[in-house]
Design a protein around this ligand. Structure first.
Ligand code: TEU
Ligand code: CA
Length: 544
């Protein structure tokens, strides 16, 4: 008999997860780079916010070509962030604050400085050669025309073996060969070693790209993907009460049901981007800016809410370390910064799924507009070079970078109004957003009306009312050009969320809002009547 538990009553369905980008969170030793001791020093802050788990972007040993997403030793910590002992301490200290630590597993590729790759490129008979994806060819004659995500060809020539290796990301991130069972076994052993250290779960970087088939130009959703995921899960995660979240840019609702099947055969949930890719010209790159199609945004959310209900589990997010700040992107980071940041929070946190808060989002941190020399991200630097070469206007390139650069998310966390926003005593690795005097954690924890306290309240509400977890979603006013409104309904409760997504006052026109509904949270002080909704006004009601 199968004794495996299913995912129906899992802790992570009521949880809120906070993402930390370690190099930008808190620096304990003044070298300008955030570190594990810095995180430990902020656990009180995280406990006050009320989150259940922290997803740490990679802290393993890495040459930092892609800020740690290029790992050279999966079982050690990069000295820049601390030591293995610091990690063990973080796991234990976090536990005392009722916080689980989720590690970022980068399994699609390693660093070219990993021992495996160093061996693999020596000769074709090396036992590690098959850990990577190689194709024969002649120098200068690429196996095919595939391009890497960060620009340039996806193939790199290695004279010693007279072969090309495949890399979907930077040239320092060679793709691992999942077709090789020995490689898979090494990965499972490594994961189980981390499970033994007491981690609470894993986020799986670009997991939909592991089953690549470059000969057929297949990168994501390769034919063997779900076979690999089931084996991975069986050999590792299923043995413990972990949360696992798979980053999947290419997921559809049908694929998401496989990833997050409630029978626990693959992962806990999927992290997919359909809603977040809407403000770009269709078929082009994220840098090719387009206005957000608001009705489409509602349709996308409604489809995911409806189709996954009872059949899978989704992540809810506006931000991560690769995305611009949502308040600058789809809110208003000027006169309505606090209102629009809260509106976006209320809209998202009423939905079904597990909410993710990216560091600083709970303060309404904003994008930056730096000069080119202040950007550090490999994707941004490559894009700039590529578009200059192609003859784009510099002002156009900078407009795209200001809107979409990953460094928007990576500026140091704004703790207080002291030097460097309280992030570091030294020179921060990336410039601090100049607005830290106004936007910082010290101000907001002291102000009951702040964006911080709105997030804190939303986290508490999710724990208090079951309808947040199990309520069935219904979209209201689908054709309304300004309002995002929906209900969530279970056997005994109904949630009603109404948000004005834009900056002008509009009539509400909702029959559902009657005197039997009680206001749970809003972003204006006197939100007692369902008449007009003011700029970015958001209200969440409950009926029991
Ligand atoms: O991101 C996956 C990915 O495809 C991104 O490179 C994405 O296309 C880009 O950020 C959009 O701007 C993951 C990690 O989240 C990212 O930080 C890594 O750089 C990447 O994988 C490679 O590991
Ligand atoms: Ca440091």
């Amino acid at each position: 008999m199968d004794k495996r538990s299913t995912n129906n009553e899992k802790w992570w369905k009521r949880a809120v997860i906070y993402q930390i980008y370690p190099r930008s969170f808190a620096d304990s030793n003044g070298d300008g780079i955030g570190d594990l001791q810095g995180i430990i020093s902020k656990l009180d802050y995280l406990e006050e916010l009320g989150i259940d788990a922290v997803w740490l972007s990679p802290v393993c040993k890495s040459p930092q070509d892609d800020n740690g997403y290029d790992i050279s030793d999966y079982q050690d910590i990069d000295p820049m962030f601390g030591s293995l002992a610091d990690m063990e301490q973080l796991i234990q200290e976090a536990k005392k604050h009722h916080i689980r630590i989720i590690l970022d597993l980068v399994l699609n590729h390693s660093s070219d400085e990993h021992f495996w790759f160093q061996e693999a490129k020596k000769d074709r008979d090396n036992p590690y050669h098959d850990y990577y994806v190689w194709r024969d060819g002649k120098e200068g004659e690429l196996p095919n025309g595939m391009r890497a995500v960060f620009g340039g060809a996806a193939w790199e020539w290695v004279p010693e073996v007279q072969q090309y290796y495949f890399h979907q990301f930077s040239v320092k991130q060679p793709d691992l060969n999942w077709e090789n069972p020995k490689l898979r076994r090494e990965i499972y052993d490594m994961i189980n070693w981390w499970v033994g250290k007491g981690v609470g779960g894993f986020r799986l970087d670009v997991i939909d790209q592991i089953a690549k088939e470059p000969d057929r130009q297949i990168t994501n959703n390769g034919p063997r993907l779900h076979e690999y995921l089931r084996e991975l899960s069986r050999e590792t995660f299923q043995k413990a009460d972990l949360v696992t979240v798979g980053e999947a840019w290419g997921a559809t609702t049908e694929l998401a049901k496989l990833y997050s099947n409630p029978d626990n055969s693959e992962l806990s949930m999927v992290f997919q981007f359909e809603h977040i890719c809407l403000d770009q010209i269709a078929g082009k790159e994220k840098w090719d800016l387009a206005p957000l199609p608001f009705l489409k945004l509602k349709e996308v959310f409604a489809r995911w809410q409806t189709q996954l209900c009872g059949k899978g589990w989704n992540s809810l997010f506006w931000n991560n370390h690769d995305l611009p700040r949502i308040v600058s992107r789809w809110g208003n980071d000027k006169e309505y910064r606090a209102e629009s940041a809260k509106m976006l929070a209320i809209l998202l946190h009423g939905l079904q799924g597990t909410p993710y808060i990216y560091q600083g989002e709970e303060l309404g941190m904003t994008n930056v507009q730096y000069e080119m020399e202040d950007y550090k991200d490999i994707e941004t630097l490559n894009l700039y070079r590529e578009r200059v070469e192609k003859g784009y206007e510099k002002s156009d390139i900078m407009r795209s970078i200001h809107a979409k650069s990953r460094d928007n998310a990576r500026t140091p966390m704004q703790w207080n109004d002291s030097k460097n926003a309280g992030f570091s005593d030294g020179e921060p690795w990336l410039k601090v957003n100049p607005n830290y005097m106004e936007i910082n954690a010290a101000n907001q924890t002291a102000d009951a009306d702040s964006v911080f306290h709105c997030y804190k309240k939303l986290i508490q509400l999710r724990k208090e009312y079951a309808v947040f977890t199990d309520g069935v979603f219904e979209l209201l006013l689908a054709e309304d050009e300004n309002l995002f409104a929906y209900t969530r309904t279970n056997a005994s409760q109904q949630l009603l969320v109404v948000c004005n997504f834009y900056g002008k006052t509009v009539p509400c026109g909702l029959k559902q809002a009657d005197a039997s509904m009680r206001l749970l949270i809003s972003n204006y002080k006197d939100a007692d009547q369902m008449m007009n909704l003011r700029p970015y006004e958001a209200r969440m009601y409950i009926k029991e």
